[in-house]
Design a protein around this ligand. Structure first.
Ligand code: ATP
Ligand code: MG
Length: 599
């Protein structure tokens, strides 16, 4: 196919668009691949569609190769299935909800677990029908709080989502591994480096889950790796729990006056000045910091919780968000934020700056006569027998030598503090290093949550009805296009990998004479006959500088120039990535390029 720039629906931009924050967004707009329609919502132009189709096809081929079958669901869906799984409310503000003319509720699907489950229930009823994997490449809608970075976080985006259906856990494990392998092949073919990392299942429910993160500074996910091969999203990192300590001989705790010490720093300074230790100075790690947080439920309700963490560590709200749902016995996305003064006012038992542990229990030493009723959770490092300096729940007072498990208890243990560079990997594989990345794909073992909610059962070998177990697997297709630009570019523009480039060759005709255009036109035809796709810059009154600039911006990996050399029977073949070029006889150009591109 030959796309002529004289008629192609394309306008490249010389200036960087003000709205674009990251390179991929800037370049995709400037090179005429996409246009913004609304925040986080984009239109695809002819060149963009070509790249998108190639990326989709790589994904499709690898899904087909593991025996998954392609289907296509609507994006506009009725509320009822999502009510059955509770996601109509649990999805919170991220869900686009709408009404039809009869006032019935609909949604624009953020993901399709419910619909796939119901479709299989509709048509299948025996273990003999399983295993089954179905997929689609389809538009998803999420009213993201912060749509950003162009295609990287859109409110409308394309996802490949697949779902596996198995009769037992072993089958699910096999389906999951097949998808995992397929994902590694997909990102391998795209030339996108990805690291599979352990992840939390979050609002999806289910057990095992891994994300495929593409390492980059602009990524919104933080993950950790160890030299010994451990890799996890920070949300999923588990702390190495210290051994419990025998406290039989530990001295009794005592409450001390510590005026004007509402922060860890002022407390440590005061302790070192007024109540020094014999063996070493007090440090923040000796203190137990009790942080009051508000969990905002999908319904908008605010639930307070206090989390106790070592004073030398900061709480990590994202880690808490990923792990708190079970402690509050609510489903869905829970946002966690610092409690406001307003929140605190409702609980006179919470003395700002002097909050102690064990708030849900009566304690004479802690002055918590009558429980606050607020759940008290602790970081896994707060094990029985550890000794702390912490708030006494009385203004201007702290308690010293307070022993966990003896002087205070807790309602639950939660991963809640920042993971630090140098922390030990939970599997003993060495210290952790932190990196940032973009989530390109995510695979989940959902288990029976959706099948149970929607009653997807089949007859097993013994003729008994058994609930099916499921997996759910996503690849961000439009996000992959952006990630490809992020990792394949220079200061002049995009440098597409050959297998996703909008064309095989960008052919530029430069010069005044008709011969140049005639020769270029002929070469374009020959290339087409060789089965190559060509963007042909046939614009007559455009300067060579502009043409070369556009070619470099658009990013086809091979640029062919028909110009000055034609007098000697030569054309120039340039490699976009390296900038090197060679002269090739015009008569041999088509076969030469065919060979170059097949290589
Ligand atoms: P994120 O953590 O980035 O918000 P997610 O965990 O909500 O993503 P999943 O529900 O796991 O995403 O969706 C599967 C895949 O869809 C993701 O791995 C990602 O590649 C892609 N994706 C998710 N949200 C968006 C979005 N807003 N814009 C573009 N792609 C997205
Ligand atoms: Mg995800």
């Amino acid at each position: 196919m030959v796309l002529r720039l004289s008629t192609l629906f394309l306008r490249t931009l010389r200036e960087d668009p003000a709205e674009a924050e990251v390179a991929s967004h800037r370049l995709l707009l400037r090179a005429g691949y996409i246009r913004r329609a609304a925040p986080g919502i984009y239109s695809w132009l002819p060149l963009g569609l070509k790249v998108l189709a190639k990326v989709e096809n790589i994904v499709r081929e690898e899904m087909d190769a593991i025996g998954a079958q392609e289907v296509h669901f609507p994006a506009l869906l009725p509320k009822e299935p999502y009510e059955a799984t509770n996601r109509w409310t649990e999805y919170g503000e991220g869900l686009f909800r709408l009404k039809d003319r009869k006032d019935a509720d609909y949604l624009l699907a953020p993901t399709h677990e419910e619909m796939f489950t119901l479709l299989v229930k509709d048509l299948y009823n025996s273990y003999k029908d399983l295993p089954l994997s179905l997929y689609q490449i389809q538009t998803k809608y999420r009213d993201e709080a912060r749509p950003r970075a162009g295609l990287l976080r859109g409110r409308e985006f394309i996802m490949k989502d697949s779902y596996s259906f198995d009769i037992d856990d072993e089958g699910l494990e096999t389906s999951y591994q097949k998808h995992r392998d397929a994902y590694l092949r997909i990102f391998g073919r795209l030339g996108l480096e990805v690291i599979p990392v352990a992840a939390t299942a979050g609002a999806m429910g289910g057990s095992k889950s891994e994300e495929f993160l593409h390492p980059t500074e602009i990524g919104e996910d933080t993950f950790v790796v160890s030299d010994g091969g451990y890799a996890a999203n920070v949300e999923a990192v588990t702390t190495v729990v210290p051994a419990e300590i025998d406290f039989t001989d530990a001295p009794a705790a005592d409450v001390r006056d510590t005026p004007n010490t509402p922060t860890i720093e002022t407390l440590v300074d005061h302790a070192n000045a007024e109540l020094p230790r014999q063996d070493r100075p007090w440090t923040a790690a000796d203190t137990l910091k009790n942080v009051v947080l508000a969990a905002v439920l999908p319904s908008g309700e605010r639930v307070l919780v206090v989390i106790g963490v070592p004073g030398d560590r900061n709480v990590d709200l994202k880690r808490i968000e990923a792990n708190i749902a079970g402690h509050l016995s609510v489903g869905g996305e829970v946002a966690v934020e610092a409690a406001t003064d307003e929140d605190l006012k409702k609980h006179p038992g919470l003395v700002k700056g002097y909050i102690g542990p064990g708030l849900s229990l009566d304690s004479a030493v802690l002055g918590t006569e009558g429980s606050t009723g607020i759940p008290y959770l602790v970081d896994p490092r707060i094990v029985s027998g550890t000794t702390w300096v912490t708030g006494a729940n009385v203004s201007g007072k702290h308690v010293f030598g307070l022993v966990a498990g003896r002087d205070f208890g807790w309602d639950g243990v939660i991963e809640s503090v920042e993971v630090r560079e140098g922390d030990e990997a939970p599997d003993g594989s060495g210290p952790l290093r932190t990196q940032r990345g973009i989530e390109m794909g995510h695979i989940f073992q959902l288990g029976r949550k959706y099948a149970e909610a929607l009653h997807l059962k089949v007859l097993d070998q013994n003729g008994k009805l058994t609930t099916v177990t499921m997996g759910s697997y996503g690849v961000g297709v439009t996000r992959a296009v952006a990630a490809l630009v992020e990792s394949n570019r220079d200061e002049k523009g995009i440098i597409w990998p050959r297998n996703v480039a909008p064309a095989d060759i960008h052919l530029v005709a430069t010069g005044k004479g008709d011969e140049v255009f005639a020769a270029a036109e002929q070469l374009a035809g020959e290339l087409e006959k060789q089965g190559l796709s060509v963007i042909y810059d046939d614009r007559q009154k455009v300067s060579p500088g502009v043409k070369f600039g556009d070619a470099e911006l658009i990013g086809v990996p091979t640029i062919v120039v028909v110009g000055r050399g034609l007098a000697d029977g030569l054309v120039e073949v340039k490699d976009r990535a390296s900038g090197t070029s060679e002269n090739v006889a015009v008569a041999e150009a088509a076969t030469h390029l065919r060979a170059l591109i097949s290589a």
